[in-house]
Design a protein around this ligand. Structure first.
Ligand SMILES: Nc1ncnc2c1ncn2[C@@H]1O[C@H](COP(=O)(O)OP(=O)(O)OP(=O)(O)O)[C@@H](O)[C@H]1O
Length: 261
């Protein structure tokens, strides 16, 4: 369903994504794990036509999303870190608008909205304004909306960021149920090991723009002779901080300059 070969993205002199290759089968839940700045968001943006690759190839359901943008967009749903719901509209209105934008026929639309709002436990709040929703409810609504046009692939970029454990657990239960009933392929990024372990069929670990390991959670643990995914992750990526260490270095440089003056 997703096939990526030698994908590269440069920003000026900096290479954020370095020749990555991976495949995701239909109906699979595939997680990208990686420290801050690893290149996860850059990859997901390239997969969803929001960013052009510098080189390499992407196939989504057999088509290049950068050549057939419109057709590819119909085939996937996206939920990003930044909330994109209209706070001044009700849950139903947000769903309806998305359905119109994605040309979901009116008859199918109403049934599908009802099904998804019920699945994500939002049906009794369908006429409430989104601004009255909790963080977890907003996230569930975003995912329900992303599934409205029955996409073959659902992309989730850190969908549980900032949610409490109960909301995270509930959200994944619903996503997993949808994956099982509709066979939707799910591509997600997360920082939470427990989530990746619980929900993903396979995991790719990314660091400094490269995929350094991929496989099932059991395979990653076996490869590193570790007994938890977190320990395997740290064994593969090391324990030094990423962005923070860069900031610290910049701070030290600045201090050194001041001393020299
Ligand atoms: N538009 C851009 N211009 C320049 N550099 C960028 C741009 N977008 C991302 N980068 C850099 O590319 C690297 C990868 O960023 P990316 O956001 O893909 O990482 P990530 O794995 O999603 O991190 P996080 O977990 O913190 O969200 C980072 O060093 C980032 O600073």
């Amino acid at each position: 369903m997703i096939s990526v070969r030698n994908l590269v993205r440069r920003f000026g002199d900096f290479t954020a994504v370095k020749e990555i290759s991976f495949d995701v089968a239909q109906g699979e839940i595939f997680a990208f794990l990686g420290p801050n700045g690893a290149g996860k968001s850059t990859t997901i943006k390239m997969l969803t036509t929001l960013l052009r690759p510098t080189s390499g190839s992407i196939q989504l359901d057999g088509m290049d999303p950068n050549v057939h943008q419109k057709e590819a967009r119909q085939r996937f749903g996206i939920v990003f870190q930044d909330p994109s719901l209209d706070q001044e509209q009700t849950a139903w209105e947000n769903m309806e608008l998305h359905g119109i934008l994605y040309h979901v026929p009116r008859k199918v639309r109403a049934t599908r909205i009802e099904f998804l709002l019920k699945t994500f436990e939002l049906w009794d709040r369908k006429d409430s304004l989104v601004k009255t929703f909790s963080g977890g409810m907003k996230r569930r609504l975003e995912i329900a909306r992303g599934l409205l046009h029955t996409p073959k692939i659902l992309f989730l970029d850190e969908p549980t960021l900032g949610l409490d454990p109960q909301s995270r657990n509930q959200l994944w239960t619903h996503v997993k149920a949808l994956n099982e009933t509709e066979k939707t392929t799910v591509f997600l990024t997360t920082h939470y090991m427990d989530e990746a372990e619980k929900i993903a069929h396979r995991i790719a670990i990314m660091d400094h723009g490269a995929i350094i390991a991929q496989g099932t959670s059991a395979e990653l643990k076996q490869q590193t002779s570790m007994d938890s995914l977190e320990a395997a992750f740290l064994a593969l990526t090391g324990s030094s901080l990423r962005d923070e260490s860069a900031d610290a270095k910049a701070g030290l440089r600045q201090m050194a300059q001041m001393w020299r003056r």
